[in-house]
Ligand binder design. Structure first.
Ligand code: ZN
Length: 277
């Protein structure tokens, strides 16, 4: 179930939305990034790792959305990190007495009850000036930006040529903008794509939060595809994006609805602000 994508870097893909958990092997154990969604899958992953003598020594959440904030209960207490903004947003979610009910609204009914929420979002924020995840393993660089969610971070494992992209650069999911956390979601998304483009030359393997892992040839292609999509949103054009409409992959037909809602949100914003487009 764990597939090696580069030396010391393995990926487990969930049945739910092709969510990718990433395991990075260090000296004393592994770093687990966005562990997964279904309790049984995360428990099996934890068992696999302990059976192979690779204890989980640290965790990381790429951004404060529920499907990236979960943690398998059997792993024990290890430091779990995110950016400071991500940790603050996760803490806000938990501070409400009704937080579990609120999160549960976002969980599709067919998997409700299979998602262990107890340890959701219990992460430590890394200060903005910290460039790498503090752990005993290959250097994992944080690329923080403001696309998709507050404090979203991509991770670059430079000497393995791996980019963990969080919820960007997917072959199945279009760019989903953060309409609440930022004044200019379009420009923030484009700025984030530029940050990823700056490191693209160092990337041999791209692991998106959802969808297929891509090789070096996919890095620029997916950046270009995401940018083109954001441009069509900005210009309120219908997309010619293969992820939207009849060409969407099996099980991803709902992405067309995400696109329609994003167009609507942007139209409301420009009406409210009186700005064109
Ligand atoms: Zn996600």
């Amino acid at each position: 179930m764990l597939r090696q994508v580069a030396e010391g870097v393995l990926v487990h893909q969930s049945e739910f939305c092709q969510s990718n958990a990433v395991v990075v092997q260090g000296r004393a154990g592994v770093l687990l990034v966005d562990p997964g969604v279904l309790g049984c899958e995360m428990a099996a992953l934890a068992d696999d790792l302990s059976d192979s003598g690779q204890p989980v020594v640290a965790g990381f959440s790429t951004h404060p959305h529920w499907d990236h904030l979960l943690w398998p209960t059997g792993l024990g207490a290890v430091p779990r990190y995110g950016t400071a903004r991500c940790a603050a947003a996760a803490g806000d979610q938990r501070s409400d007495a009704q937080w579990k009910a609120r999160i549960a609204q976002f969980i599709p009914p067919d998997i409700a009850g299979q998602v262990p929420l107890d340890l959701l979002g219990l992460i430590t924020g890394l200060p903005a000036e910290m460039a790498h995840i503090p752990w005993d393993g290959p250097e994992v660089r944080l690329i923080e930006h403001q696309a998709h969610a507050p404090g979203h971070a991509a991770l670059l494992i430079g000497d393995r040529g791996v980019l963990i992209a969080g919820d960007m650069l997917s072959d199945v999911l279009i760019p989903m903008l953060d309409f609440n956390g930022t004044a200019d979601p379009i420009e923030d998304y484009l700025a984030a794509l530029r940050l990823l483009e700056d490191v693209a030359g160092d990337v041999d393997v791209l692991v998106p939060g959802h969808g297929s892992t891509g090789g070096a040839d996919q890095v620029h292609a997916r950046i270009d595809q995401d940018r083109a999509y954001v441009h069509t949103l900005r210009d309120a054009h219908g997309p010619s994006d293969p992820r939207v409409g009849p060409s969407a992959q099996d099980g991803w037909d709902w992405v067309v609805g995400v696109h329609a809602r994003q167009l609507q949100r942007l139209a409301q914003r420009s009406e409210r602000d009186g700005t064109p487009g």
